[in-house]
Design a protein around this ligand. Sequence first.
Ligand code: GUN
Length: 291
Amino acid sequence: MAEVINGKLVGEEVVAKVKEATASLLEDGGAQPGLAVVIVGEDPASQVYVNSKSRKAKECGFHSEQHTLPAETSEADLLGLVEKLNADPAIHGILVQLPLPAQIDSAKVIQAIAAEKDVDGFNFTNVGKIGVGELDSAFVPCTPAGCMILVERVHGKDLSGLTAVVIGRSNIVGKPMANLLLAANCTVTIAHSRTRDLATLARTADILVAAVGRPEIVKGDWVKPGATVIDVGINRVVSAEGEKARLVGDVAFAEASENAGAITPVPGGVGPMTIAMLMANTLASAYRASG
Ligand code: GUN
């Protein structure tokens, strides 16, 4: 049976280090890290994520601001807020929660965030740095950064010679994840909805990352014996009428655990790491601003 990778615990370790480093930055006369989280509209899942980000920032000793805008907010008004936050010296990290309502061009908003405050790592400067392996000065997107820490807990930092398959090609997870695995010397394949014979490809992976947003699509026999399985999916499913929704990943956990060497659970795997890495990125930004 696989080792279950406890992302909640590793996330708490990261947050504890961020708290300590924040206290010593303040003692040394540096800036108090400031995080601004912006949400447009009332999507319940987004509200839960945003509230936990703001709460965790406070817990780290950060200055934490939440800007909740109505669903009908115009693109111009949102861009105006981003400009204000770009210019605010108390803010080191700006996160605009996605998805945004249809009247707003998300790409335009993401590109408007100053690169040095883009703690999500989504704008072209940060994407480009990750693409060329300039990881030290980049903001690495929080979910893939958290996945890498979990992988390193199993394999160490140098993943030379390991084969990785990333299922999913999103800009938020799949593509940056593939770049990070490549930078760590893995042989990487990105698979997606048009990939032929996904099961056979997945079985070649020493490290299998599932980031497609489809409940339990990765079956037990897709997993190579001894592989490390990282499940990025958070899917709400209701199996019977009247039953409470439960959270499942993109991996059929029980089956996959029989083949995997190590596997992340849902919940309690990648999710807590995403928030922890947002705190780490905001702290890094405050350090850079403090000179
Ligand atoms: N929506 C889902 N995941 C994310 C994320 O990592 N950052 C932002 N800004 N929005 C998201």
